[in-house]
Design a protein around this ligand. Structure first.
Ligand code: NCD
Length: 302
């Protein structure tokens, strides 16, 4: 029985295997329509979500499985004081696999240690979000045709943005990858992530200037300023519109640049950019469903 809490638990070879399965699902959906018959996925989301929860649920339904879902954190027994460990033991009696999102860093890991079924981390606080990274990886693979020799700009809230932390952890393993970290001073990448890059000798530069960075990027990963992780409203209001990607800024980018965003978008990308063929954020959503299908199959041993 195996869980996925951190993207690094999946080797480069396993990522290749998941990408291959996802591509096969895209080409041959009927071949997968009954694979999870009789299996149940429980989605335990203790934080708001539209995409990730529905993506997991759609993935399980498209595999012929069923879904158990709690309405909200407020209506769950967590509001009565139940521990994550106990919840995981209880849900193990009902379901075959769990997808869990939690505001506390490490909560899905605690769930995995106590469950008797696989647990997938669907986002834990400002820490990690491995299945968003799987969506991002399939997008990079389909759009760029490779994972190596890419200059990847990450822009916005690099401090609290868990999708950024997981994407760096996944991409730093490929040859010739360079990161350009674009953020205001207050929202810089946490030192535990940066020190990892330093120790491994992976090239990165830090800047606050998106325009100056644009011309060298192969991938631009925009992020939302994570309002829910701020301690005071004033700081959020001051920082929330630090970067807004517009058609004028897109004009500075390479013709084969791809623009990604885990969504939800607030103001970081003007809607006028959606028309640009280099905008890939809605493709990412669909890719996320295919990669979650592939991951569910793998963890259920199917
Ligand atoms: C992201 C998340 O929850 O971290 N959303 C998602 O799952 N696609 C990004 C965000 O909320 O800004």
């Amino acid at each position: 029985m195996r869980s996925v809490i951190d993207i690094k638990e999946l080797s480069v070879e396993e990522i290749d295997e998941l990408v291959a399965v996802a591509k096969d699902i895209i080409e041959n959906p009927a071949g997968y329509a009954h694979k999870c018959e009789g299996k149940k996925l429980a989605t335990l989301f203790f934080e708001p979500s539209t995409r990730t929860r529905l993506s997991f649920e759609a993935a399980m339904y498209e595999l012929g499985g069923n879904v158990l879902s709690m309405a909200s954190a407020a209506s769950s027994s967590a509001s009565k004081g139940e521990s994550v460990a106990d919840t995981a033991k209880v849900i193990s009696c009902y379901a075959d696999i769990i997808a869990m999102r939690h505001p506390k860093e490490g909560a899905p890991m605690v769930a995995a240690m106590n469950a008797t079924i696989p647990v997938i981390n669907a986002g834990d606080g400002g820490h990690n979000h491995p299945t968003q990274t799987l969506a991002d990886l399939l997008t990079i693979c389909r759009e760029k045709g490779r994972f190596d020799h890419l200059t990847i700009g990450l822009c916005g809230d690099l401090k609290f943005g868990r999708t950024v932390h997981s994407l760096i952890a996944a991409m730093e393993r490929y040859e010739g990858v360079k990161f350009v970290l674009i953020s205001p001073d207050e929202l810089k990448l946490p030192s535990y992530v940066k020190n990892g890059l330093k120790q491994k000798g992976i090239p990165y530069e830090q800047t606050a200037d998106l325009e100056a960075a644009m011309p060298e990027l192969d991938v631009l990963y925009m992020t939302r300023v994570q309002q829910e992780r701020f301690f005071n409203e004033e700081d959020y209001l001051r920082l929330k519109d630090s970067y807004i990607l517009t058609p004028e800024k897109m004009a500075l980018g390479k013709p084969d640049l791809i623009v990604m965003h885990p969504l939800p978008r607030v103001n970081e990308i003007s809607v006028a950019v959606d028309e640009d063929p280099r905008a890939c954020y809605f493709k990412q959503v669909l890719n996320g469903k295919y990669m979650r299908m592939a991951l569910i199959l793998k963890l259920l041993g199917l």
